[in-house]
Design a protein. Structure first.
Length: 202
């Protein structure tokens, strides 16, 4: 849903603070090498990649109540449309931290939550950059921009992953880039400036 600029960018400050807090707390309480915490962090990152792809494909583009909200982003990519922080915090608390704490204890819960939120922040940074920043040709973020441009404007469905194309490759939803001329027009024109075009996206 559409937010104020402050609300939109609150995630960019509060989540890194949460990640730093959890990491510092863990660093202070370790009596040995934090292998369990680091493994849990890696698992949380992997879980985020799956959640990002799955939620985008099977909720935001499939469940009517959510797809109507997501449509606003597709219509105006540069608007401050996103998930309010209280909703994302609740999802991480109830879907990640609490079950992990009950089942496996503090170290796993803290590590998984750190990994999940780290992945979420990376997703936010990439998605913000592909829509609002002019990116250097050939850079990692520029490639992400081209990938996401096809999600918005290609005539076929796909490229649901934003921070990584990995699950699009796995699940067969990867859209191969168009010839350079049209890709440049799509990526640097419409995607950044929020214009809508004739191509359908979903
Ligand atoms: Zn979408
Ligand atoms: Zn987008």
């Amino acid at each position: 849903m559409e937010q104020s600029k402050a609300g939109y960018y609150a995630d960019f400050i509060l989540y890194p603070l949460l990640i730093t807090g959890l990491s510092v707390f863990e660093a202070g309480s370790f009596h040995k090498f934090p292998d369990l915490w680091l493994c849990s962090l890696a698992l949380g990152l992997l879980m985020w990649m799956i959640v990002e792809y799955g939620a985008h494909r099977f909720i935001l583009h499939s469940v009517e109540a959510f797809s109507r909200l997501h449509e606003r982003h597709h219509a105006t990519p540069s608007a401050y449309v996103g998930t309010p922080i209280w909703i994302s915090l609740l999802c991480f608390a109830l879907g990640g931290f609490t079950p992990a704490l009950i089942l496996f204890g503090w170290d796993v819960a803290s590590g998984v939550t750190t990994g999940l939120t780290l992945g979420y922040v990376w997703y936010l940074v990439v998605h913000d950059a592909v829509h609002r920043r002019h990116l250097k040709h050939g850079s990692l973020l520029y490639r992400a921009k081209m990938h996401h441009a096809l999600h918005h404007y290609a005539k076929v469905r796909g490229n649901y992953g934003v921070s990584s194309p990995f699950w699009d490759y796995i699940f067969g939803t990867y859209i191969a880039p168009a010839p350079r001329r049209s890709m440049t027009a799509v990526g640097e024109g419409r995607l950044t400036q929020g214009q809508t075009g004739g191509a359908t996206h979903e």
